[in-house]
Design a protein. Structure first.
Length: 294
């Protein structure tokens, strides 16, 4: 059950997702301090662009944050150390898993479990652990995934990408494939940077955009943000000035991602874009989606 404070935070974040009004809710993102010279750590900034604060520290990089559904805790990857959980104010840090190669934690919609990528021999498989750190299981029937998983809105399935460019819905108990989704991504582009919206209706994707006529050299190597419904194979370009791993607002109406100068927030419908500036001494990392507090 959500507390009164959490319920108020949910109302504020949902109500303000279409405007620049001040709230007390947070976007947490990985960033490189010291003008990009130090290991990545997690930072939080309000959705109105104020109160920037570093919430993790250490010699190992902190990456891939994901908010719990109650908005109070953040699961994240500590590079070469496993998956950790911390309060949104940076307190009560504790280790959730011990394998140094565990990656990409994502909370189930009811907050009881966390899915992540877990090494099995020379391969990766989706795995699930209780948010209390108990009951870890590996979904050995699932195909080998490529990158970060997402939960479906009902909590019964995970959506995973595969190296051949497919997106699959797999059973959260067994890993057995339930459905092939329509959106696809280009093979050969490295780890696909995509995420499923909280309502399960949209896929956001960072991918290479078509080269402009007469383009040559590094200027052609430009990524953009695309959005597609889960039932469509025709993605729509949302922003040419993208490239960061896209995440979602809690109401599924906006996509959030790292870009030059800060964190971009872009409406799925209507295309309005807002930039949340970040201190230039901190370089936002684009290889994991910013986490928007529910």
């Amino acid at each position: 059950m959500f507390s009164a404070a959490t319920t108020m935070c949910l109302v504020l974040c949902t109500a303000s997702s279409g405007s620049a009004s001040s709230t007390t809710c947070w976007i947490v993102f990985p960033g490189f301090p010291g003008h990009g010279t130090l290991p990545a750590q997690l930072f939080r900034i309000s959705t109105s662009g104020t109160a920037l604060r570093q919430i993790t520290s250490g010699v190992r990089a902190a990456e891939e944050p994901a908010f719990s559904p109650d908005g109070q805790r953040i699961a994240f990857t500590r590079v070469s150390a496993g998956i950790f959980v911390v309060e949104v104010d940076g307190s009560r840090l504790h280790r959730l898993t011990g394998d140094p190669d565990d990656r990409f934690p994502v909370w189930s919609p009811d907050g009881r479990e966390i899915a992540f990528m877990h090494p099995v021999g020379q391969h990766l498989r989706p795995a699930i652990i209780g948010s209390n750190g108990h009951g870890q299981r590996t979904l050995r029937l699932a195909p080998e995934p490529a990158g970060r998983p997402s939960w479906t809105a009902d909590g019964k399935s995970l959506v995973i990408a595969t190296p051949n460019g497919s997106l699959l819905r797999v059973d959260a108990n067994t890993g057995r494939v339930r459905r092939l989704l329509r959106p696809r991504f280009m093979r050969g582009e490295g780890t696909p940077l995509w995420s499923l919206s909280p309502n399960g209706r949209w896929i956001a994707l960072s991918a290479r955009r078509p080269e402009p006529p007469g383009c040559s050299g590094p200027a052609c190597d430009v990524f953009a943000i695309f959005v597609s419904s889960v039932s469509s194979s025709r993605p729509r370009r949302l922003d040419d000035d993208g490239g960061g791993f896209p995440g979602w607002s809690p109401d599924s109406r906006r996509v959030v991602y790292a870009t030059r100068g800060g964190i971009a927030v872009n409406a799925v419908i209507g295309g309005s874009r807002r930039l949340i500036p970040v201190d230039p001494r901190i370089v936002p990392a684009g290889d994991a989606p910013p986490a928007w507090q529910p």
